[in-house]
Design a protein around this ligand. Sequence first.
Ligand SMILES: [Zn+2]
Length: 216
Amino acid sequence: MIKHHPEDDLLLSMAAGGLAPGPALVVAVHVEGCAHCRAQLRLLESVGGVLLEDMAPADLSSQALARTLAAIDAPPRRPAALPPSERPSLPAGLAWPRALEACTATSWRWLGPGMRWSRLRLPADPQAKLFLLRIGAGRSLAPHTHSDSELTQVLHGAFHDGRDLFGPGDFDAADPSVHHQPAVRDGGDCICLASVEGRMRFDSPLARTLAALIDM
Ligand SMILES: [Zn+2]
């Protein structure tokens, strides 16, 4: 049961084509698995269509939403897909999100005890900070805040960050006002897709150094 969804203003930005490719992909992965947000996007598209009638056509790209929804509805484009052998391994039963088909990905890399990460690269924006985090049961990411925004989509497992519990399918948006320490629940690894605009700002010098090394 999904509890945490993108706010309407984020979905509206998505509908209007106003999100950078990295954040848009995290929202797209959420929408792929969330019937509620798919319906909400379609509603916002119709609202956006009404707004657009009174606006200069160049201001918004209403086609962005149509393209996104078409991509979600369309059968996977197998020729463009990354060979499964080149993706980081996922737990049995967890499918690679279709919205990520066009991304290249590294295998899992060490990030700390019980922690691994995979860098994803988007053809549309190779500089986008987009990655998968895989954190073991009972482990915590170092406390941090954000210079700009961090969007997170939970693919597997669950974490609590002091604000709330986030489980499979849940979405979270954190900004400079959020200082948190995501802690993975007992029972299994937590795998999240994350997009960072700006920088993550870790409290500890060691975590800051490590984050700078991997451009997180
Ligand atoms: Zn949703």
